[in-house]
Write a protein that binds this ligand. Structure first.
Ligand SMILES: [Mn+2]
Length: 315
């Protein structure tokens, strides 16, 4: 039976399971989707707080024919038990407390041995995502981020929990070294010089769109994979939907001209999923800015590619 729009719009129609270790273990969850509907650290155009539900809704379109991913030749549901843990309940106006709640839920998911798929929310979503992942592992953690922006600002007017600062908060972690951080897709006119200076000072590998033009996405993704994997026990993958050219995904706070193409993103994910991924996020989908629904659909597709890519890489 083909089911597209019946029932509750969980991610891929997955069962709802509370983000508690015991419940997740009872469900034998191997992948746990968690929404963080918060965009209160956004500096310009908000709306990403509605991203998780829009991505879930869009994921319904991919439930046609089961969860077979043609590009990878794998049926995700044959290998993974995906569950949907719903959304973190944000504390309005208090990002710190909201992120504590997100970290607590993510800690349960990690302890149950499931792979967390965190749906933002603005890019500050990466802060609790990375903190929880870093705490759940023993060795060093790498970070690979696809983003138009560097997001390395130390703070914004003294506020350290900003969607301009998540990479700096990751660099603050004890078990992260800047040389194990790679940013793919940086470009455009909205990256302050200070953020580039911070990235360079920490030895972060920045692969710009011009690098992609010059070297090809295959070479760039392989170099990033090597950097984030070198000496690390696990890699966090953070995907900001705005890394795509604004023409592909304009429903986001800061769409830019001249970003990555859909084909480049697909190729990059195929390579990056060969890393030992310990968690992922997909952030900055602001559905009200894209009435067509395409940006959310792209977000759902990114998650599917990561899930299928991990399976293909594990063969
Ligand atoms: Mn961005």
């Amino acid at each position: 039976m083909t089911v597209l729009h019946a029932g509750i719009a969980t991610f891929l129609g997955a069962s709802c399971v509370s983000p508690e270790r015991v419940a997740l273990e009872e469900a034998q969850a191997t992948v746990a989707v968690l929404g963080l509907p918060d965009d209160t650290t956004t500096v310009t155009r908000p709306g990403a707080s509605h991203g998780p539900r829009a991505i879930r809704e869009a994921s319904s379109h991919f439930a046609f024919g089961g969860t077979y991913h043609f590009d990878y030749g794998v049926t995700i549901s044959d290998h993974e038990t995906v569950v949907d843990c719903g959304d973190v309940n944000p504390v309005a106006g208090n990002a710190a407390r909201t992120f504590e709640r997100a970290e607590a839920a993510l800690a349960e998911i990690h302890s149950a041995g499931a792979f967390p798929v965190l749906l933002g929310g603005d890019h500050a979503t990466l802060i609790p995502g990375a903190r929880a992942a870093a705490r759940a592992m023993s060795g060093r953690m790498g970070l690979v981020m696809l983003d138009t922006h560097l997001d390395t600002a130390p703070d914004i007017d003294g506020e350290e929990l900003s969607h301009c600062s998540p990479v700096h908060r990751v660099l603050d972690l004890d078990n992260v070294d800047g040389t194990n951080v790679a940013i793919i897709g940086a470009h455009g006119a909205a990256n302050p010089k200070l953020e580039l200076d911070v990235a360079e000072a920490h030895g972060v590998h920045v692969f710009s769109v011009r690098d992609i033009d010059r070297l090809g996405i295959g070479s760039v993704a392989r170099q990033a994979l090597e950097a984030v994997s070198d000496g690390t026990d696990g890699v966090y993958l953070s995907f900001d939907i705005d890394v795509l050219d604004g023409a592909f995904a304009w429903g986001t706070c800061g769409p830019e001209l001249g970003g990555m193409t859909g084909r480049e993103v697909v190729q990059a994910l195929e390579i990056l999923t060969r890393a030992n991924l310990i968690a992922m996020d997909c952030v900055e989908v602001a559905p009200f800015l894209d009435p067509s629904g395409n940006t959310a659909r792209v977000g759902a597709r990114v998650v599917l590619d990561v899930l299928a890519g991990r399976l293909a890489a594990g063969d």
